[in-house]
Write a protein that binds this ligand. Structure first.
Ligand SMILES: [Zn+2]
Length: 276
């Protein structure tokens, strides 16, 4: 019998650490996630520790474990009793996968989740001495197009000029990605896609492959290491995973001003697309 698909919390915000996706959690050594699990539980029990919240609904979560054959895997789960029925990542008794999927497209819930990621980027870009101004989800009037757009984050830096950051979730439509790439190319503004919820170890979902290819085989992610490096270097640093043809290399921490900006206005660190 086919098992009913289960929904799980895809990302949590852990105190002092920031957003952690389920893929990042799964990639952690057991000592690391085990320590986080203990500290989150300690905090929930009123002791010293770390708070962790679902990135979608803000309800408290913990790290539960799941055993598959001889291996133990960590997962985020909502604490029972918090009952976040509106959360599409809550695997409750009454939520059907189809309902959950429909809920994912409800603007209000998505914008809340999305907003947290945008605000995180906004905090980081403002650390840079060259920072002039930014806008989150604000109308950007066109210069070469009939209509403007609402970039996730628009930044202006002294010497460097404007930059747009868009988050790609696993459910971002390809037509939307294509339209935004074309738009910012026409406007002459570099567009950096930051991927969210990508599995950098296993098979990469097709929607992410397309964006990685547009960035010449570069996948940019704002993970724990990138946030720490951004704070240390006082500028936007991202984890860059380069496509090696069979998967992704180990990530490198790359400052945004180290990127090459081609005529497509989709920056890359290293061009990994071999011309035919
Ligand atoms: Zn939730």
């Amino acid at each position: 019998m086919a098992r009913k698909p289960q929904r799980s919390v895809e990302a949590a915000i852990i105190e002092n650490i920031g957003p952690v996706s389920i893929q990042e959690l799964l990639a952690m050594p057991e000592d690391r996630w085990g320590m986080l699990r203990d500290r989150i539980t300690d905090r929930h029990n009123g002791k010293d520790g770390l708070s962790a919240r679902c990135m979608w609904c803000n309800h408290p979560v913990y790290i539960k474990t799941s055993r598959i054959e001889d291996n133990i895997y960590p997962l985020f789960a909502h604490y029972s009793g918090s009952n976040p029925e509106e959360c599409p990542w809550y695997h409750g008794p009454n939520i059907k996968p189809d309902d959950a999927r429909a809920a994912q497209y409800k603007g209000q819930q998505e914008s809340k989740f999305h907003r947290l990621m945008c605000e995180r980027i906004a905090e980081i870009v403002a650390l840079d001495k060259r920072y002039l101004r930014h806008k989150v989800d604000n109308y950007l009037p066109p210069t070469n197009n009939p209509h403007g757009r609402y970039p996730d984050v628009y930044v202006e830096w002294d010497e460097i000029g404007p930059f747009v950051v868009e988050f790609q979730m696993s459910n971002t439509f390809q037509t939307e990605i294509s339209a935004r790439c074309k738009h910012y190319e026409d406007e002459g503004i570099p567009l950096l896609w930051i991927l969210f919820g990508i599995d950098t170890i296993g098979t990469i979902q097709q929607s992410f492959c397309d964006v990685i290819r547009r960035h010449r085989g570069n996948a940019f992610i704002l993970d724990d290491a990138a946030i720490t490096a951004s704070q240390e270097q006082q500028t936007l640093v991202l984890s860059c995973f380069l496509d090696n043809g069979n998967g992704l290399d180990q990530p490198k921490l790359i400052r945004f001003d180290q990127l090459t900006i081609p005529t497509s206005k989709l920056p890359f660190y290293e061009d990994r697309i071999v011309p035919p």
